[in-house]
Design a protein around this ligand. Structure first.
Ligand code: NAG
Ligand code: NAG
Ligand code: NAG
Ligand code: NAG
Ligand code: NAG
Ligand code: NAG
Ligand code: NAG
Ligand code: NAG
Ligand code: NAG
Ligand code: NAG
Length: 480
């Protein structure tokens, strides 16, 4: 009796398959997710309805604020094709200037090429075009919409009377309308702290001892100058008195109609440090996609019962690095693509910074290349398209409705996984003809890796500054 090859083939194949699994340690099954290509397409529009986000509340001692893409505040209709193409260029500038600043801090030297970056005082070489997410806060009796930024510390808004203000939606903050506003004097410890923490050495340069001046210059030519003040900060019905912020009298830049910036960095000037007696030094966000109408939430306080997380929260320890004490740094211990572990000697060594204002995750060249090779192996059969700015792994998916995308998972110390959502793996600026892997290589093996906001979408990311740990859980972002 002869074996029928057709009926035996499945057995034979499953044997080969089993052998493959065993040979790979028994746990490496390729994982993919079906995904509709059109879901990557941006919902055009916006057209402003004013710039105040109405949703906020207090619950169980925490504050929940609605968060949206800042296109919500734009006075003009946004051309998404242009915006997204430009965004990658600005993202590159942002990361370059962050790397310069980090190199300078780590080496403790000023090289001539870096000196212009070192002048950037409070902001970490931030590029405003890459800061996407906004919330509305109360300052005194006025509501202000600000961009959130974990990469800087000082919160500031435009202030009347303005020497020069960019156009914003709604009225500019007016200290003289508020009985709770006070400007900070040069001899205050906060002013000395500002100078120490941020290198704002000119804060009190003139002989006029009155106000403590702040200066923030962003990498893209934007800046704010003004003086430090204190005011009641309120959100969701809670008020925190003596909140220190910058009252910006001379401001220029592409802030897109918002009032200013909320600094959520790690130094003691940041909003989260200043409110730590009320909220325990913990905040979290869920970054939505930038589609019109999509909302996420910023939660201030450590109240995990409010989250709509779909997986349990897992916390990983921050790496303590005194030279990078303003940044949130994690210990990356591995990356899987489609369930296959990428091999790289850098895992567990140094760190990776997590940032709300960098768009695309950056990895060291050797790691990026290994990851890219594995991705190309698994995401094969699609025509290759030209590179798009910093993204060099692109495909022409014209006419293709659905694709299977290999899953992407980053591992951190304490067995914590960040399973990147399908909307964070591919980047599609205009149509299916140029869809790119949404990760990029750093230019130098020794540069600092960064987890960008594109890969953080649809995750609850919890920053516990007090216990120096970061939590991750899957969540479909909405106002919770
Ligand atoms: C860096 O440059 C600044 C201004 O040029 C100078 O004040 C400072 O001492 C320099 N720091 C080091 C470590 O060389
Ligand atoms: C500010 O927002 C709060 C909460 O939405 C609202 O109750 C209050 O009336 C607003 N104040 C102003 C001056 O618009
Ligand atoms: C602040 O006061 C000025 C007059 O002093 C008034 O014109 C302006 O509308 C007030 N602004 C707000 C936000 O109340
Ligand atoms: C700062 O200076 C002001 C006026 O010059 C004075 O009233 C105040 O007591 C001083 N504060 C401190 C902490 O020295
Ligand atoms: C702060 O800046 C203002 C405006 O530029 C200036 O008039 C004032 O003297 C500065 N104050 C200090 C203490 O340097
Ligand atoms: C709050 O932050 C300040 C400044 O970083 C720090 O000195 C203080 O100990 C913190 N307080 C609490 C309760 O964590
Ligand atoms: C903030 O930090 C600076 C520098 O680390 C320190 O000198 C200052 O005392 C701190 N201020 C507070 C209020 O903890
Ligand atoms: C925040 O909550 C988490 C989980 O309940 C807990 O592990 C952590 O210690 C809390 N952090 C603070 C600063 O209370
Ligand atoms: C990162 O985590 C690994 C695994 O737990 C550990 O061996 C290593 O020492 C950690 N590295 C740093 C810089 O904390
Ligand atoms: C993408 O593929 C489509 C269909 O195969 C083709 O018509 C188009 O020219 C390609 N576009 C680019 C930019 O290569």
């Amino acid at each position: 009796m002869a074996f029928n090859i057709a009926t035996m083939l499945p057995f034979f194949l499953s044997f080969v398959f089993l052998y493959f699994i065993i040979a790979n340690g028994g746990c490496e099954l390729e994982q993919k997710k079906m995904f509709k290509v059109q879901m990557l397409q941006r919902n055009h529009q916006f057209g402003s309805k004013g710039c105040i986000l109405p949703e906020s509340r207090k619950e169980k001692g925490a504050i929940v604020l609605e968060m949206k893409d800042r296109g919500y505040c734009s006075e003009r209709k946004i051309n998404w094709n242009r915006k997204l193409q430009k965004q990658l260029i600005f993202d590159d500038l942002r990361v370059r200037s962050m790397q310069n600043r980090i190199r300078a801090k780590v080496s403790g030297h000023n090289s001539s090429e870096q000196s212009s970056e070192i002048q950037i005082p409070l902001a970490s070489g931030i590029n405003l075009e890459t800061l996407n997410y906004i919330v509305t806060i109360g300052l005194g009796n006025q509501n202000m919409t600000v961009i959130i930024d974990t990469g800087s510390d000082l919160t500031w808004v435009q202030c009347d009377p303005c020497m020069s203000c960019y156009s914003q939606q709604g009225p500019v903050f007016n200290p003289s309308n508020s009985s709770s506003y006070n400007s900070l004097l040069c001899n205050s410890s906060t002013c000395q702290n500002l100078q120490f923490t941020t290198g704002n050495t000119e804060a009190c340069e003139s002989n006029n001892p009155s106000s403590c001046n702040h200066t923030v210059s962003y990498g893209d030519g934007s800046f704010t100058d003004g003086e430090l003040g204190v005011e009641h900060l309120s959100f969701g019905g809670i008020s925190v008195s003596n909140f220190v912020f910058g009252c910006g009298r001379n401001n220029k830049g592409l802030f897109g109609g918002v009032s200013g910036i909320m600094g959520l960095g790690r130094s003691n000037l940041s909003m989260i440090s200043q409110t730590n007696t009320t909220f325990g030094g913990v905040f979290s966000y869920c970054l939505p996609t930038t589609d019109s109408g999509a909302s996420g939430s910023l939660v201030i306080g450590n109240e995990s019962s409010l989250f709509k997380n779909l997986t349990p929260i897992a916390y990983t320890s921050m790496v303590s690095n005194p030279q990078l004490s303003n940044f949130y740094v994690l210990n990356l211990t591995g990356i899987d693509v489609g369930g296959v572990a990428i091999q790289d000697t850098s895992f567990g060594n140094g760190g990776i910074l997590i940032d709300s204002g960098t768009v695309i995750t950056r990895l060291a060249p050797s790691l990026y290349n290994a990851l890219k090779a594995e991705f190309l192996k698994q995401f094969s059969g699609y025509p290759i398209a030209p590179a798009l700015s910093i993204l060099d792994t692109c495909f022409n998916l014209t006419g293709i409705e659905e694709v299977s995308i290999p899953t992407l998972s980053m591992h951190f110390e304490n067995n914590v996984d960040l399973n990147v959502d399908a909307v964070g793996i591919l980047y599609m600026p205009k149509d299916g003809s140029q869809v790119c892997l949404a990760l990029a290589s750093l230019s130098d093996e020794n540069d600092m890796a960064i987890i960008g906001n594109y890969q953080q979408r649809n995750q609850r990311v919890i920053y516990d500054a007090k216990q120096s740990k970061i939590g991750f859980a899957r969540e479909d972002c909405s106002f919770i």
